[in-house]
Design a protein around this ligand. Structure first.
Ligand code: SF4
Length: 518
């Protein structure tokens, strides 16, 4: 037996052995849970030995799969900036840092979106040392729009730790990366170690889950810890020790570009001959065509694994559905619906020195959702609050910011803006109010500042707040259009709207004259 085959056989043996005990690796933790998230248990899967059908136990097949996948990757891989850095950067710490940044940015975010952010980030902070010296405000500004803002913050905190406690040296193995770097979980550690340092360790992210579940017809809940453990075992068996970084990227690339969730391109797939889901579809097609031509059909081999109540097969309650083909896999437990939240937010506007509008933005607390980002003054609302009460509460909240009474009736309703966070369905109820420039802000409150439109977009503001400003601008354009005019559903006049010009600023006197209660 060749050394390579012996290695595969040993790994497959280890997989079989670990399967019997049910207690292999711990489930992914930290942020990596998002890439391979266990969500509820499947204890039976953890105890039962996996049937051979769900394994890669033939060393020859593993070798062939590696070869096919890697030669496809060499031909078809996308040209991405972090791949270029990983391949050409001679300094090991810089190389590890470059891969680390890309992996954090790619969590929950599309490659196409990340590319520009990545380039700007690496240009601004090409080393761990440079990032360690940046302020959180700068990090938030560059991250703005990328979502999941705590990722940037934690990346910077971890970079500071590497610089201050590890003498600027990146840990070189997946185990040390996970142990020593806060916020680095199993997936990220495996990706950095294999891509930057050539460690033969597998990775499991959403793409890998999909590919492996289809290759081995794993139909149990793919987010359960037991299945995730099996997939990690499988990824560690499959990884090519001579090109581990390329192999891992190839598997993920396959999931991102060919073995996609809804309409996989099986005809172009370099590993279809190793794919049991594809084989099952092909057999069904052959069976159907034989039947069509009146030939005596062979008994269809549906390739069940042969183990009753197999914990990795499709559940008996939701069996194979021919109309779904290979997309029968993977299966996932139903997601918890996002929590609904309503927030009143107010675009406070004044005329700046040169007559251009300026907006008041305030900084959010340093922890929790959108920590440290800037937003229009906002107030969470109870779900069933009536409009009148909603206005009153917002008016009180604004009064606290500007130190003067605000008339609830003077708030102009702009509209509702929906923004979906991972676990929250957020509705922003948007109002606006013109202020006189003389209004001064209370320095004892959280940081706040007036910004022009350009400054607003350059600030660390969330995508949701950009949508709010867009809605406000749209309303302004409508109002200034002589033909269409404005038609407000929950209409009230903007404060000062008695003037001929709806966009005119309100004098301080008029502002103070306005009633304080509806
Ligand atoms: Fe995915 Fe189809 Fe390839 Fe199987 S054959 S791995 S289902 S793309």
């Amino acid at each position: 037996m060749s050394p390579a085959r012996a290695r595969v056989a040993a790994a497959a043996g280890a997989l079989r052995r670990s399967s019997g005990s049910g207690g292999s690796a711990a489930p992914p933790r930290g942020r990596d849970r998002k890439r391979a998230s266990p969500r509820g248990g499947a204890p039976a899967a953890a105890r039962a030995p996996p049937p051979a059908r769900h394994l890669f136990s033939d060393p020859a097949e593993v070798e062939a799969l590696r070869g096919n996948l890697l030669s496809w990757y060499d031909r078809c891989k996308r040209d991405l900036p972090w791949r270029a850095l990983a391949a050409t950067e001679p300094d090991a710490d810089r190389r590890g840092y470059a891969v680390w940044v890309s992996e954090i940015m790619l969590q929950q975010t599309q490659v196409a979106t990340v590319i520009d952010y990545y380039k700007r980030w690496m240009q601004k902070w090409p080393t761990l040392q440079a990032l360690a010296q940046a302020s959180l405000e700068e990090v938030n500004e560059l991250w703005a729009g990328l979502g999941y803002y705590s990722r940037g913050k934690r990346l910077q905190e971890a970079a500071r730790k590497v610089v201050s406690e590890l003498a600027g040296r990146m840990p070189r193995t997946a185990e040390d990366l996970q142990k020593l770097l806060p916020g680095v979980g199993r997936y990220t550690a495996g990706a950095i170690a294999s891509i930057s340092y050539g460690q033969a360790t597998g990775v499991v992210d959403g793409n890998v889950i999909r590919v492996l579940c289809r290759l081995r017809c794993i139909g149990a809940d793919s987010s359960s810890p037991a299945v995730i453990d099996r997939l990690w075992d499988m990824a560690n068996v499959l990884v090519d020790s001579s090109r581990p970084g390329d192999f891992n990227q190839a598997l993920m690339e396959l999931g991102a570009t060919v073995c996609v969730p809804k309409a996989p391109l099986c005809g172009e797939c370099p590993v279809k001959q190793h794919c049991q889901a594809w084989r099952r579809v092909e057999k069904e097609l052959a069976f159907a065509s034989q039947k069509l031509f009146g030939k005596p059909p062979p008994v269809p081999d549906v390739e069940d694994c042969g183990v009753g109540d197999c914990p990795l097969c499709l559940p008996a309650t939701e069996p194979w559905d021919s109309s779904l083909g290979v997309t029968n896999f993977p299966r996932k437990a139903a997601k918890k619906p996002p929590r609904a939240m309503r927030t009143a937010t107010c675009v406070l506007e004044r005329r700046g020195c040169h007559g251009a509008p300026e907006y008041l933005i305030v900084q959010r607390p340093s922890s929790g959702l959108l920590a440290g980002l800037w937003e229009f003054p906002s107030l969470p609302l109870a779900q069933d609050l009536q409009e009148k009460k909603e206005r009153e509460e917002l008016a009180d909240h604004l009064q606290a910011w500007i130190g003067r009474p605000v008339a609830a009736k003077g708030l102009q309703f702009i509209g509702e803006v929906i923004h979906i966070f991972s676990h929250i369905h957020q509705t922003y109820v948007v109002y606006s109010l013109h202020l006189d420039r003389d209004v001064t802000l209370d320095p004892a409150l959280s940081p706040s500042r007036w910004v022009t439109e350009d400054e607003f977009h350059a600030s660390a503001v969330s995508t949701a707040m950009k949508k709010v400003l867009k809605a406000h601008e749209k309303q302004r354009r409508k109002e200034s259009s002589p033909v269409k005019g404005s038609k407000r559903k929950r209409g009230t006049k903007a404060q000062g709207a008695g003037s001929a010009c709806p966009g005119a600023q309100l004098s301080l006197r008029a502002f103070l004259r306005a009633p304080t209660a509806p």
